[in-house]
Ligand binder design. Structure first.
Ligand code: SF4
Length: 267
């Protein structure tokens, strides 16, 4: 199918600002799904609230635009009732690790077969550029005009610690690798986390002296490195990207089916 076959053109033009990275993520999601050959009718996209969550409106799958921070809870319910469907949850900083943080760690712990795509732009874009749990120490935002004094979460370490069985990081600069990683994440049986560093040139970029979206993309190129590269040893501050873990572990819906079957047999 062509890319436009996946898009609800009636909702265009989109709401994203010029240079926003979310459109790149959406384009890569479409290509990953097309490469996997999954039928549109077999995909459920669930989102919470925020700029990134608008992906749910623009893509022509089954879509649920739910409450802020509750996307993973809704996705868990859908997956448990229809385990044969492919569940994908595009999230921003808030849905993933602030208001939605509790759902995130427990979905990871259960290893439910859902793909969480976390668009980390280090700021709450839709509500005016406030700092988030992914805003780095010392970064500026509308609510940290003198520099952020909170330490940020490392999403990858959080997901690994909580038990996600597939964890990866990429950026909007590395589109080929993003498509590849998304394919693997969606195909993985278990809870998959893909953190994507994506630019919000309007709020995070302007406040932190980036000249624009291209400048931010260059930053992703120069400040990230493949996992385990020699560059990381030489420059420890570089952010690693790639697949950190990809393991087969008992999946939640499969385990649930087993106990239901056992209970029925023992009746
Ligand atoms: Fe993208 Fe930021 Fe604009 Fe939101 S505010 S659409 S994240 S550039």
């Amino acid at each position: 199918m062509a890319v436009r076959d996946y898009i609800r053109e009636r909702f265009f033009p989109h709401i994203w600002c010029p240079g926003c990275g979310h459109g790149t993520v959406m384009g890569c999601m479409i290509r990953a799904i097309e490469n996997l050959g999954i039928k549109k009718n077999d995909i459920v996209l669930v989102s919470g609230i925020g700029c990134s969550s608008r992906i749910c409106g623009y893509l022509d799958f089954h879509t649920l635009h739910t409450l802020h921070g509750r996307a993973l809870a809704f996705a868990t319910g859908v997956k448990l009732s229809r385990p044969e469907l492919t569940l994908i949850v595009p999230m921003g900083d808030g849905d993933a690790v602030a208001i939605g943080g509790n759902h995130f760690i427990h979905a990871a712990r259960r290893n439910i077969d859902v793909t969480a795509i976390i668009m980390n732009n280090s700021v709450y874009g839709m509500t005016g550029g406030q700092y988030s749990p992914l805003t780095g120490y010392g970064n500026f935002s509308t609510t940290s005009p003198y520099g952020n004094i909170d330490q940020s979460f490392d999403t990858v370490k959080l997901a690994l610690g909580a038990g996600a069985s597939f964890v990866a990081r990429t950026t909007t600069y590395h589109v080929t690798s993003m498509i590849n990683i998304l394919e693997k994440a969606i195909a993985h049986k278990g809870f998959s986390v893909v953190e994507i560093l994506t630019q919000c040139p309007v709020y995070f970029g302007r406040k932190n002296e980036f000249a624009g979206a291209v400048d931010m993309l260059k930053y992703y190129r120069t400040h990230t490195t493949p996992i385990g590269s020699k560059m990381k040893k030489k420059y420890p501050d570089l952010i690693e990207r790639g697949i950190f873990v990809q393991e087969e572990r008992p999946e939640y819906c499969t385990e649930y089916d087993k106990i239901i079957k056992k209970a029925n047999e023992e009746r």
